[in-house]
Design a binder for this molecule. Structure first.
Ligand SMILES: O=C(O)CCC(=O)C(=O)O
Ligand SMILES: [Fe+2]
Length: 197
């Protein structure tokens, strides 16, 4: 995959390295549609949190885990390229790989994910270092549903264009605003590794 151009949408100028990154057209609209199909044809369940406990007051999403197999290996390859690029462009973390499957989330009928971080206190959640979120839906398909980050006390809204991949540290506060109309899908994966030192 060729990643078009320099990352943009990230913090510019004032900081030496961007705190988060945005890669437009990381997935084509056709690829996004086929990912959404995987969710429609696969079983999905209502999503819980890092520790697996369902917390409907924090999150209302349907999720579908994507097991790695012959049909899905292209998804993992693309995500691995994105993580490698992001890590080169901004983070320089020591990463060991994907220890959890990718997931597709569906937000509709007020669905949301309130402010949270993806890094957990223990277990596999404590090994999450980078989050990648890909916008799978066309922004005209829904209202609300913005992915917002709070990298430094100021809230920024991620690009909503279909296929955009946003890469940020798993300790960074972020949320998905309530979807007030239509349906928003996203593809999320975490990259794991040893503790930040
Ligand atoms: O849907 C998104 O863009 C992000 C979802 C999220 O924050 C998560 O799954 O942890
Ligand atoms: Fe998250």
């Amino acid at each position: 995959m060729s990643l078009p151009g320099a990352p943009h949408g990230a913090a510019r100028g004032a900081t030496p390295a961007p705190l988060w990154l945005s890669y437009p057209e990381a997935f084509s609209p056709e690829e996004c549609a086929s990912l959404i199909d995987m969710m429609i044809f696969g079983a999905h369940k209502s999503a819980g949190l890092v520790n697996g406990k369902a917390e409907q007051s924090i999150r209302q999403t349907d999720i579908h885990w994507i097991p790695e197999n012959d049909e899905t290996s292209w998804v993992y390859q693309r995500l691995a390229q994105l993580v490698a690029q992001g890590n080169r462009d901004a983070f320089g973390y020591t990463l060991s790989g994907f220890d959890e499957d990718a997931q597709i989330g569906r937000y509709q009928n007020g669905g949301f994910y309130d402010w949270h971080i993806d890094r957990g206190g223990r277990g596999i959640g404590a090994r999450r270092k980078l989050t990648v979120s890909v916008q799978l839906s066309d922004p005209t398909d829904y209202q609300g549903g913005e992915l917002q980050l709070n990298p430094d006390g100021r809230v920024v809204t991620a690009e909503t264009a279909i296929g955009t991949a946003v890469v940020f540290p798993a300790y960074m506060l972020h949320r998905v605003a309530p979807v007030t109309q239509g349906v928003r899908h996203s593809l999320v994966i975490w990259t794991h590794g040893p503790d930040f030192t």
